[in-house]
Design a protein around this ligand. Structure first.
Ligand code: DUC
Ligand code: ZN
Ligand code: ZN
Length: 472
C-alpha cells in the first residue's frame, strides 16, 4: 500500500466547480491521491467538520516597498507570516521600479529581500515607473518571458504615473510577449483638479481624502483602458475596482469577449467614506486609494463578485502604522491628508471577511469563494493548475477552514507588523485553522509551524487566457 507523507481525512473538499467528501493524500509536496478513504500517512490530519480549500492566493500585496518618509510595516517575514495565519499560501507582491532604476535591478532587489524570509510562496508583479527605451525594448520583453507576466502601471501619482504613450508601449510589449497589464485607473487631471480645489478651500482633514479621488476619475480611466485593451488585444487587470461605473464598464467589456479582468478588496465591500470622519486622527486609519466610497458603490462591488464580473478578490495589503515616526498620525503636527501614508493592512483578514460576509450572508457561494480567493488568481497570473486547485499533481497548498469558528477581529489576534486593523471589533464566522504549503503544515491551531524560507519564488507560466483573435 502506498505511503503518503500526509493524509487529510474526512474533510469536505471544495473547488471552484464542485464539492466532494474525500481524503487527500500528499507526497513530495503535491497532491497525489484523492479518494474516499486513504490511510497510511506518516502524518494524518483529522479534518472532520472542516472544509478543505485551496490555499488562498493574494495577488495584490505590498511588502518591503520603499515609501518615502514612511515605512511600510511588513517585510517578507511578517507579511507572509500574517498571510499564512489568514489561510493564504501564495502572495503576489509588487516589485516597484524607482524612477532612476532599471526594471531588472528592481526585480532583483525584491528577490534578494524575499529570499529566505518568506513563509508562503510568492511571485512578483513588476511596476514600471520609467518606461525608458531600455525597459521597453530589452528588459520588459525578457522579464515577461522569464515569468514576470503581470506588469503594473499607474495613470496617476507624481512619482509613479506613466504617460498614455508609455502605457501603450507597455501594453504592446505585453501583448507581444504574452503578459497582462495591471492598471491603476484614475484620471490624473481629475485628481489634480480636485486636489487644487480642496487645498484652496483648506479642506485637508482626513474626511476630504474621499473627494480627492472622485468616482468619475476611476470610471473615465477604466473606460479608456478598456478601449486600449481592445485596440491592442492585450489582457488587462483593472485593479482596485471601487465604483459601479468601473464594474459596469468591465461587465460590458467581458460580455463583448474582451480579456478585461477586475479586482476588488474587502475595504470596498465593508467600508464607506464615513470611516474617514472618525474623530481626531482616527480617520487616517482609513486613508487608502481609491478611497472607501458610498453604500451604492459597496453594493456594486458585491454585485461584481457575485455575478463573476470581478474575477479576483485581493487585499491591497499596504500596511502603515498609526503611531510613531512616519505613521498615519504624522506627529507632531497633522499636515493634511496628502501627507498621510496611503494604505491599510489586510492580508490576514481578507479571507475570513469574504467567507463570513460573502458566503455566510449568502452573497456568494462557497465555489465562488474558492474562485475569487484562489483559483482565478492562479489562472490569470500563470500559476494554474500547480496553484489554486485541489487536484492530483497540484501543489498541496491547502487551508482547512472551520466554518463555525467565531472570531472577533482585533489587532491582538493578528500577526502583521502594523499596529491596528481597520476591522477592529468586527465579528466573523468561519476561520482558517490549518494552513499547508506544498504539503508542509505552516500554521496549525493558531501556532506557526514553519521557518522563514519555507516559501519560495514561483515563476508565472504562459497565461491561461489570451486574446483568441489576431491583433488589430
Ligand atoms: N494603489 C495600489 O494599488 N495600492 C496602494 C495605493 C494605490 O494607489
Ligand atoms: Zn493602485
Ligand atoms: Zn496596491
Amino acid at each position: 500500500m502506498r505511503e503518503f507523507e500526509l493524509v487529510i481525512q474526512g474533510g469536505l473538499v471544495v473547488a471552484d466547480t464542485g464539492t466532494t467528501r474525500c481524503d487527500v493524500g500528499v507526497a513530495d509536496g503535491r497532491i497525489v491521491a484523492l479518494a474516499e478513504k486513504l490511510d497510511n500517512g506518516r502524518q494524518i490530519i483529522d479534518a472532520s467538520g472542516l472544509l478543505v480549500l485551496p490555499g488562498g492566493i493574494d495577488s495584490h500585496v505590498h511588502v518591503a516597498q520603499p515609501s518615502g518618509a514612511s515605512i511600510i510595516a511588513d517585510d517578507f517575514y511578517s507579511g507572509t507570516m500574517s498571510a499564512a495565519f489568514g489561510g493564504t499560501t501564495t502572495i503576489l507582491p509588487f516589485a516597484l521600479q524607482q524612477r532612476d532604476q532599471s526594471l531588472l535591478e528592481a526585480v532583483q532587489d525584491y528577490h534578494q529581500t524575499a529570499a529566505g524570509r518568506s513563509f508562503v510562496d510568492y511571485s512578483f508583479h513588476p511596476i514600471i515607473t520609467n518606461a525608458s527605451a531600455t525597459v521597453i525594448n530589452q528588459e520588459l520583453p525578457g522579464l515577461i518571458r522569464d515569468g514576470y507576466r503581470s506588469i503594473k502601471v499607474f495613470m496617476t501619482y507624481e512619482n509613479l504615473k506613466l504617460s498614455e504613450f508609455d502605457v501603450l508601449k507597455v501594453m504592446h510589449v505585453a501583448r507581444e510577449q504574452g503578459g497582462i497589464v495591471m492598471v491603476h485607473c484614475e484620471n490624473d487631471g481629475a485628481i489634480c483638479y480636485a486636489n487644487e480645489k480642496l487645498e484652496q478651500e483648506g479642506k485637508t482633514a482626513p474626511q476630504f481624502h474621499a473627494a480627492l479621488h472622485p468616482a468619475i476619475a476611476e470610471v473615465e480611466a477604466v473606460n479608456r483602458i478598456v478601449v486600449f485593451s481592445e485596440w491592442f488585444s492585450v489582457s488587462v487587470m483593472i485593479v482596485h475596482v471601487s465604483t459601479r461605473g468601473a464594474m459596469e464598464s468591465i461587465r460590458r467589456a467581458r460580455q463583448r469577449g474582451l480579456k478585461v479582468y477586475g479586482e476588488t478588496f474587502p475595504q470596498y465591500l465593508l467600508l464607506t467614506a464615513k470611516e474617514l470622519e472618525r474623530p481626531g486622527l482616527e480617520g487616517t486609519k482609513y486613508i487608502f486609494s481609491p478611497p472607501p466610497r458610498d453604500e451604492a458603490s459597496r453594493d456594486a462591488c458585491w454585485e461584481g463578485l457575485s455575478t463573476d464580473v470581478l474575477s479576483v478578490f485581493s487585499s491591497d495589503h499596504c500596511p502603515f502604522r498609526f503611531e510613531g515616526k512616519g505613521g498615519k498620525q504624522t506627529p507632531p503636527v497633522f499636515k493634511g491628508f496628502r501627507a498621510v501614508p496611503n494604505g491599510i493592512p489586510g492580508v490576514e483578514t481578507r479571507l475570513p471577511l469574504l467567507f463570513s460576509e460573502g458566503v455566510g450572508r449568502g452573497r456568494i457561494t462557497l465555489h465562488q469563494f474558492v474562485a475569487l480567493s484562489s483559483t482565478n488568481h492562479a489562472k490569470i497570473y500563470g500559476l494554474y493548475p500547480q496553484k489554486g486547485a485541489i487536484a492530483v499533481g497540484a501543489d498541496a497548498d491547502l487551508a482547512l477552514w472551520d466554518p463555525e469558528r467565531e472570531v472577533t477581529i482585533s489587532q491582538s489576534v493578528l500577526h502583521h507588523g502594523c499596529d491596528y486593523t481597520p476591522y477592529e471589533g468586527l465579528k466573523v464566522k468561519g476561520w482558517p485553522i490549518t494552513t499547508i504549503l506544498r504539503g508542509q503544515v505552516i500554521v496549525r491551531d493558531g501556532k506557526l509551524q514553519a521557518q522563514p524560507g519555507t516559501g519560495i519564488y514561483q515563476k508565472q507560466n504562459a497565461l491561461f487566457q489570451q486574446y483568441p483573435f489576431a491583433p488589430l
